[in-house]
Write a protein that binds this ligand. Sequence first.
Ligand code: ADP
Length: 309
Amino acid sequence: MGTFLGVDLGSTTAKAVVVDGAGRIVASSIVQMGAVSRKGMQRAVDRALADAGIAEADLGGTIATGYGRRLVPGAMRTYTEITCHARGTAAMVPGVRLVVDIGGQDSKAITVDDEGLVQEFAMNDRCASGTGRFYEVLARAVECEVEEIGDLAMRGTQDLEVSSMCATFAETEIVSLLAQDLPVEDIAASVHRAIAARTLALVAQVGRRTPVVMTGGVAQNRAAVHFLSEALNAEVGVPEHPQLTGAYGAALLAMESAARSRPPVADVPNADGIFPHTHAAGHSCADCDGTLSTPGPVDLGARISVRES
Ligand code: ADP
């Protein structure tokens, strides 16, 4: 059946996902980088392949995505993060209609159809507002780790006015709120609320749809999810591994691309020199006009199992 690799070389992390021929994740890895780096990407690939117990040469295909996708050697194709996040999220959460992906340096709103194909998208990659970087500025200003900022914000009780959503000035504003001895929890909550309002504006560009799923590293911040849900007035789901959706989508596209390039069954004669003709269960020759179709998209949704890297 073969194994396929998806690599998402993002602005702050490199992600690699190995899937089997049925689209199940057999191994994955996430490597934190200082900035986009070939070394980080190679470490992510090596770890995922080692965990899967296969060599790079045995892969049935590799597809790369992400900010640094052109730096991935051996990829048969590259796709944008939009395509890959949509594909991966739709496979992880069947039925999703709106994907909000917030990574280290950008945020995206993507509407998708049943097969995970992109309908509309809007992206902010020009300014740090509403991206992972902005949460990092907040965490630094209130002296906690970015992994803790969500819990802190969830303890906030009053809404403070936060006027600057520019990452450069936000730090100054947060420091000024701290200087007024306002509770740090309220400051964190108010900044989260203000960022969610920004994300709502991004969503408005593509049209609000439900179900909504949030992906990217920031989806691990439960306050970011909570305030987005409040702003959208809709439940916001988070897949089990929100940072892996892009790499997973890339791996699925590699698998599907390999399936498309395989010769149709009728092109391969059996030992008697006869071209066999296979049918799906329940399909009889009486229904058949003798033509063979190429394999279509594979329904993966309910069959995904994830193994931690
Ligand atoms: P990229 O693909 O652009 O490198 P990611 O989707 O990996 O970005 O997201 C990275 C961002 O996610 C970081 O900037 C950080 O703000 C945030 N992040 C990562 N891990 C966590 C966590 N455990 N809790 C909260 N935020 C996180």
